[in-house]
Design a protein around this ligand. Structure first.
Ligand code: UDP
Ligand code: MG
Length: 327
């Protein structure tokens, strides 16, 4: 492992980014050139675009970038698999070619200049450097509120994540080798990286507005990411259900005693309404419980299939051989 002049691969997932890629790609190249001119990284460093089954001209743009400058490399997933899988594909394909990777979105929202601090931290001995947003002034109130609730919910449910850290981070190849052994299909990278361990630190940066194009992370995708995060990393919801079940059982027990006492005192009124509401309530609770348990069983089902987590269909000519999924 080379700590003084590491080979850096910047891993960038791209999904329908034809508007923004021509603007941000040269910025990434500039960063690589600056860092290597300063002697902080090796000149063999590269920018690896992962096309996530884009339907627009993104892959063509990546191809022409790779033809124009050897620092640009591209791989393409066979279809759209989502941001997390795209990042994983890039990291796994990069890990044996470099000393460090930095994953970052391609829309220019994450401050590229935070990479200097990340590389410095690596050179000082850290293997994981999290990019953390210092503030969210540029986000709309709604995005800020939903995103912050997202972190709070995750932590409350036992999926520990670094607050305000998304997927902008430096990982050393040593961490990636260990990370490759985490075989799960339900990916929630920011919750999985802390499980790998190694010395880590944070670098803060300000998040900008998207340079062009629009977000591919609507509320629905964010909720499903949060749900994946919780159910992949923690069994707290199951414990919660058990606790809730015990509570409901206790309350029902008191209710039964009350009913018997009332009956013995001869004060019973035929309470159709109360009976119905109790039945509805209990069956509702049962359905929720079954649903959550079903969610875990669904996950077990998906995991037992051992499906490949990503499939590369094409690469730019300068990329060389792909390893396919790190089995
Ligand atoms: N992305 C991807 N696959 C998807 C959706 C998004 O690879 O299915 C990429 C996208 O190109 C971008 C990054 O993931 O580089 C983050 O997406 P976006 O900027 O739309 O999300 P936001 O920043 O609004 O949360
Ligand atoms: Mg974005």
């Amino acid at each position: 492992m080379n700590r003084t002049q590491p080979i850096l691969y910047i891993v960038i997932p791209c999904y329908n980014e034809q508007e923004v890629l021509p603007i941000t790609a040269p910025l990434f190249l500039q960063k690589i050139n600056d860092l290597s001119a300063a002697g902080k990284i090796s000149p063999d460093s590269r920018i690896l675009f992962v096309n996530d089954g884009s339907k627009d001209k993104t892959w063509e743009i990546i191809h022409s970038l790779a033809a124009a400058d050897e620092h640009y490399l591209g791989i393409s997933q066979s279809r759209n698999r989502g941001h997390q899988n795209a990042v994983l594909a890039g990291l796994m394909e990069a890990k044996s070619r470099c000393d460090i990777t930095i994953s970052i979105d391609c829309d220019g929202q994450d401050d590229i200049n935070a990479m200097d601090g990340m590389v410095d931290a690596y050179r000082e001995g850290c293997d994981v450097v999290y990019g953390v947003r210092s503030k969210r002034d540029t986000d709309t109130f709604f995005k800020r509120f939903t995103a912050e609730s997202f972190y709070k919910l995750l932590n409350a449910m036992g999926a520990e994540v670094v607050y305000n850290h998304a997927d902008y981070r430096l990982l050393s190849s040593r961490v990636l080798e260990e990370f490759a052994k985490f075989k799960e299909v339900n990916l929630f990278l920011r919750g999985m990286v802390p499980l790998v361990g190694f010395k880590s630190t944070c670098v803060t940066y300000e998040r900008h507005e998207r340079i062009a194009g629009e977000s591919h992370y609507p509320l629905s995708k964010m909720l499903s990411l949060a749900f994946d995060g919780i159910t992949s990393l923690s069994i707290k919801p199951i414990r919660f259900i058990t606790g809730f079940g015990v509570f409901v059982a206790l309350v029902s027990f008191i209710g039964v005693i009350w009913a018997i006492v009332e009956a013995l005192l001869g004060a019973t009124v035929s309470g159709w309404a109360s009976m119905t509401s109790i039945i509805c309530f209990v069956s509702g609770v049962q359905l929720i419980c079954l649903g959550v348990i079903g969610e875990y069983i669904g996950k077990i089902y998906m995991e037992t299939k051992h499906r490949p987590r990503y499939i590369i269909s094409e690469t730019t000519p300068n990329f060389g051989d792909v390893k396919e999924d790190a089995q």
